[in-house]
Design a protein around this ligand. Structure first.
Ligand SMILES: Cc1ncc(C[n+]2csc(CCOP(=O)(O)OP(=O)(O)O)c2C)c(N)n1
Ligand SMILES: *[C@@H]1O[C@H](CO)[C@@H](O)[C@H](O)[C@H]1NC(C)=O
Ligand SMILES: *[C@@H]1O[C@H](CO)[C@@H](O)[C@H](O)[C@H]1NC(C)=O
Length: 626
């Protein structure tokens, strides 16, 4: 009954207190064993963790990633030992394994990663957990329409991150009443005090200003915590913030609330005495079991999505890959109910509005908060609940690079679509031009990077991304370009297309997006002068089809020209150089954008920045002369 939930009986209160102290002891022991880690950050949160894991949250202890379970995100990821301690007390980790914290063969890493079944998203880069929690809560409320709830534990220091406030705004805008954020206000950060110290009322006022229901509690009072969590569960239409006043290193004499103890294990020679003191406060050895979840999330499948109709374009049609991408998402939406799209107020530029028109209930407007948008997508995709596509200008994804990087560490299944790449967007000028995005996404482990050059290949890129594990990036362009493939053409990741070739090709030109069309124009021009050029569309920049590139290069005298609407650093040319680096007889000449571009017509910019057909023709002639 509700009365039971609100007011745990005296026995339960004592067991929860004792559990908090057990979590402290595990955290102290584990960090001593590894001679590193953050026991002091664990100790401030011990009661919060005890109450969440043994009183509030509903989940299956033997099945940590069950879809019906309540979710927990440790946004202050450096407190990982207390999370591992909780799962040890639940029974999912052996107590002896806790002492392998941070060791090379143990998955109990310094900060949580999804190598562990109870971790949905990697944390440790501060300020990102709440955004992911928002994605899980949005998914629970609007897609799964299920009972599970989402809890996120944050530090006061990390709350200086702007991304925290992006997430706070998102959660109240979407009435995420299944979401609870706990602020562990222990006054201290890493190198000194957090800016608001113990002014918990300021946190409360700010959260209320952001539209949240709030409770101020003593974060070491398990009864107060139980009550606040229970009240949060009754709250309709608003997310709840629990502002918990705590003390860093709580329970460790001379260390509690003291400066200069962040990220330090207690001195080895004091560890036994500290543990004995904490142990002496434990009065019970009763074990609590978590409440089982309500089993009401739907059975879903997100695998093996088929293209049931061929693409509806004819060779020679003119359409931008941006529009083709929006149309492809709309088409994909009919093949699987769990396809969702997130956009950051650019839906009528990226054409994701075409998807929205078909399925408004599966479109999340994330407003102009790209970091949060990426974190929300990570949360939506966690536990395989959705196939999430994020779309915005590729240039604006760069501000979410840290979130993207953390998505890579999470081995997350999200798909990012970056529009308006390169100087070819024209008049809007350099602030809107993505010229670094390939470098960024190529550097993400296991990220598949698609760079389609026409509408047909764009549609295939979208379908392949939906079916590909790990992160995918699709780079799409603003100018209209001709459809060059037939509807029957088949596309595979890592398989380039040789789209122009003859027996006496003198050189291989590799372009993608608009520059592929420049390369084709150059090849046409050169063929009139009797110079045959081989032209390759790489389709995916990562993985890159090295075999096709090398065999083409060898067939054309070892001469290769790359041309890209991107900076040289980290772009297609460098990817090709890496692919041929063990081939002594292949020479790569790179054409890429350099310097700071400006406003102008797309064709003027392609020419001014050295990547137009004219420059390709010049480069071919220069190469063949030398
Ligand atoms: C984005 C980011 N910046 C800096 C750090 C380094 N760092 C790790 S913990 C920490 C202090 C965190 O303070 P707080 O959020 O109050 O957590 P506490 O340990 O006090 O509970 C810092 C600066 C980080 N992990 N992530
Ligand atoms: C997007 O929509 C707004 C509102 O209808 C309109 O003013 C704007 O011009 C549109 N932008 C583009 C690029 O179509
Ligand atoms: C991820 O990348 C590593 C290193 O390149 C590779 O060995 C592995 O096969 C990749 N995994 C997947 C699923 O692509």
């Amino acid at each position: 009954t509700m009365a039971d939930d609100t007011k745990p009986d005296a026995d339960t209160v004592q067991v929860l207190r004792d559990m908090a102290n057990r979590l402290r002891i595990h955290s102290i022991r584990a960090t001593c064993a590894s001679s590193s880690g953050h026991p002091t950050s664990c100790c401030s949160a011990a009661e919060i963790m005890s109450v969440l894991f043994f009183h509030t949250m509903r989940y299956k202890p033997t099945d940590p990633d069950h879809p019906d379970n309540d979710r927990f995100i440790l946004s202050k990821g450096h407190a990982a030992p207390v999370l591992y301690a909780a799962w040890a007390e639940v029974g999912d980790i052996s107590e002896s394994d806790l002492l392998n914290l941070r060791k090379i063969h143990c998955d109990l890493e310094g900060h949580p990663t999804p190598r562990l079944s109870f971790v949905d998203v990697a944390t440790g880069s501060l300020g990102q957990g709440l955004g992911a929690a928002c994605g899980m809560a949005y998914t629970g409320k609007y897609f799964d329409k299920a009972s599970y709830r989402v809890f996120c534990l944050m530090g006061d220091g990390e709350s200086s991150e702007g991304s925290v406030w992006e997430a706070l705004a998102f959660a109240s805008h979407y009435n995420l009443d299944n979401l609870v954020a706990v602020f562990d206000v222990n006054r201290l950060g890493q190198s000194g005090v957090a800016p608001l110290e113990h002014c918990t009322d300021i946190y409360q006022n700010r959260c209320e200003a952001f539209g949240w229901n709030t409770y101020l509690v003593d974060g070491h009072d398990v009864e107060a915590l139980c009550q606040a969590f229970c009240q949060a569960a009754q709250m309709k239409n608003k997310p709840t913030a629990i502002i918990a006043k705590t003390f860093k290193s709580r329970g460790i004499p001379n260390v509690e609330d003291a400066d200069s103890w962040h990220g330090k294990p207690v001195p080895k020679e004091r560890a036994d005495a500290i543990v004995e003191l904490i142990e002496s406060q434990i009065q019970t050895n009763k074990n609590l079991m978590p409440k089982p979840p309500v089993e009401d999330s739907p059975q879903i499948s997100i695998r093996n999505i088929k293209m049931t109709r061929l693409p509806d374009y004819k060779v020679g049609d003119k359409i931008t890959t941006q529009k083709a991408c929006g149309l492809a998402l709309a088409k994909l939406s009919h093949e699987n109910k769990r396809v969702i799209v997130l956009d950051g107020d650019t839906k009528n530029s990226t054409f994701s509005e075409i998807f929205k028109k078909e399925h408004p209930e599966r479109f999340i407007e994330c407003f102009i908060a790209e970091q949060n948008m990426v974190s929300v997508a990570l949360g939506c995709a966690a536990r395989g609940r959705t196939i999430a596509f994020v779309s915005t200008f590729a240039a604006f994804l760069t501000r979410a690079f840290d979130q993207i990087r953390m998505g890579g560490i999470s081995q997350a299944n999200i798909n990012l679509i970056g529009s308006h790449c390169g100087v070819s967007i024209g008049e809007d000028g350099p602030s809107q031009m993505a010229l670094e995005d390939l470098a960024m996404f190529r550097s993400i482990p296991n990220c598949t990077v698609f760079y389609p050059s026409d509408a047909i290949s764009t549609e295939h890129a979208v379908y392949l991304a939906a079916n590909t594990k790990g992160m995918c990036f699709i780079r799409i362009s603003r100018p209209e370009t001709e459809v060059i493939y037939t509807p029957q053409e088949n596309f595979e990741i890592g398989q380039a297309k040789v789209i122009r070739h003859s027996d006496n090709d003198k050189i291989t030109v590799i372009g993608a997006g608009v520059t592929l069309h420049e390369a084709l124009a150059a090849a046409d021009h050169l063929s009139q002068q009797g110079i045959a050029v081989r032209v390759i569309d790489p389709f995916t920049i990562k993985p890159l089809d090295a075999a096709t590139i090398i065999s083409s290069a060898k067939a054309t005298g070892g001469q290769v020209i790359t041309v890209e609407d991107h900076y040289q650093e980290g772009g297609i040319g460098e990817a090709v150089c890496a692919a041929v680096s063990r081939e002594p007889d292949i020479l790569v000449h790179q054409l890429a954008v350099s310097g700071v571009p400006r406003s102008g017509k797309p064709s003027e910019l392609l020419d001014m920045f050295g990547i137009s057909a004219r420059h390709i023709i010049e480069a071919v002639k220069y190469t063949l002369k030398n």
